[in-house]
Design a protein around this ligand. Sequence first.
Ligand SMILES: C[S@@+](CC[C@H](N)C(=O)[O-])C[C@H]1O[C@@H](n2cnc3c(N)ncnc32)[C@H](O)[C@@H]1O
Length: 189
Amino acid sequence: MKIKVLEKVSGNRAEMVPDLAFKLMALMFAIRDKIVKVDKLLDEFGICPGQVIVDYGCGPGSYIKRASELVGSQGRVYAVDIHALAIEAVKKRIRKENLINVTGVLAQGEHRMLDDNCADIIYALDMFHMVKEPGTFLHELRRILKSSGVLFISDGHQKRVHAKAKINASEAWMIVDENFHYMKCIPLK
Ligand SMILES: C[S@@+](CC[C@H](N)C(=O)[O-])C[C@H]1O[C@@H](n2cnc3c(N)ncnc32)[C@H](O)[C@@H]1O
């Protein structure tokens, strides 16, 4: 009997928070976004018109409008999340705000949802702590990013030292800069 071995791609069902937890988080983010313009952070990433951007672990899509504005009509934003409710929320926001250059993508562990070397910039904010297999995840991000691309990743709810240890252990990224909010990484190979 032949056993089909699937190459691992980040994102499996075990990483998904329950629907109720997701809805509470989305509600909290909706309140947060009214008080704090969190998406201003994207202005630090050097995003240019025409680029392809991946918002990995996009949640309900707090950052997609600003990302859409920065890449403009010739660019594209892929908002990726493992949770179906996140993609539902993103699609709703796309319709409401007419974000025609944004695509919601449901990450499914067994499938590669985005092409190799398709992205100029990936940002993964407030989600790294939730990833159960950081090595697999970081290699998936590397596969998606162009060699000339840049990854911005925040610790999420873990200490910087732990986030850094995972990044270094992956042997896929070099941290070239960092501040309180995120680490800037470039591909190692
Ligand atoms: C705390 S929310 C942050 C959302 C958004 N980045 C923000 O900062 O507003 C974390 C999100 O990451 C998603 N997530 C967790 N692990 C993931 C994975 N391996 N692949 C894709 N999304 C993931 C969760 O479903 C959740 O929507």
